[in-house]
Write a protein that binds this ligand. Sequence first.
Ligand code: ZN
Ligand code: ZN
Length: 413
Amino acid sequence: MSSPIEINERQYPGIPSSTAIVICLDGSQKEYFEEASKLNLTPNIDSFKKNGEDLLVNSAIPSFTNPNNISIVTGRPSSVHGICGNFFYTPSTGEEVMMNDPQFLRAPTIFQKYYEQGAKIAIVTAKDKLRKLLSHGLKFNESRAICFSSEKSDQANLSENGIEDVNKWLGMEVPNVYSQGLSEFVMAAGVKILNEFNPDIMYLSTTDFIQHKYAPGDEVANTFYAMFDRYIGQLNVNNNSIIVTADHGMQPKSRSDGSPNAIFLQDILDETLGKNISKVILPITDPYVVHHGALGSFATVYLSDKSKINDAIEEINKIEDIEVVLTNKEGCAQYDLPTDRMGDIICMSSQNSTIGSAEKAHDLSKLKEPLRSHGGLHEREVPFISNKKINLNDANIKLNNYDAFYHAISGAM
Ligand code: ZN
Ligand code: ZN
């Protein structure tokens, strides 16, 4: 056992004696577990809930994938690590910059700090967009680190990923990026890595393809959670500590006729404030828009004319389905966001509605099922399920999903 490690102003225990495993099961609103459990499809998770911990915690805002994955692996919110969406906007140049490169990361990851102390680290992510951020600071030439994505598993090599011939090794082809197979691949790889590589710390991060398409209790969703539970059983060996949490929840966001319930904020602001005054940025936008059409419940607005901020807030406040409208300063203070990567106004929509930019900017033709999405306060609460009891010093403090590694490592000492 090594001495405690300080990471982003928190004292972590030293290198654990068994494996500390955190799983971010993307988009897992708690009802998915509850519904699958009713049919006895998740015996392993059910026993964790009974004998370990079954908590509900907060995810970081915006309740999107990248900000939360990075919060989980740094142990801190976006105000500290800087990743607050899939991209940020630079008003001076009009550039929209993808934040999937480590140059935008403002804090070291827990993996990097443990690696520096000699720990063995394994990370598997479904989508490749997260991989570079997650593996930042690791070295792959010392046989102590593995990090790859299911999406690009065929491109994994020793110098960048610490592993090669992944598909042959695992006996699984590269899954389609829009399939449940992408997440199953993560879990199967996690089990094999545990058995053959025996990491000190392991992070498995899936994708929310199933959760965007199917509601809790749907047969397809239940099958997914049953699959997940079988792998959990295989990870729950020796004295391993396992925490299952999520990056965000998921809510239905369609109208009764099945069309997406969206507020096209850019159109509204163009009409009320005038053209070219405002720029609506949706940080959910990424290259994988098929399952949500870039519609989520969080938006930030930049104004070219700062004297119009109050007018814009007043107009946005009139929109029925918008619940939160704050200035940059208020919003960043309240939700731990980096002020320089957010616009002049921050807003979030209600449980069953989303915020779009201009209607014509959204290609919704590929949305086959009624829209389900996330990004706001109604998808903030996520499960936090542990196979071990957690020492909660103060029961009044609500945990965050980004406390997962602290408790997983503490449980594996
Ligand atoms: Zn997600
Ligand atoms: Zn999503």
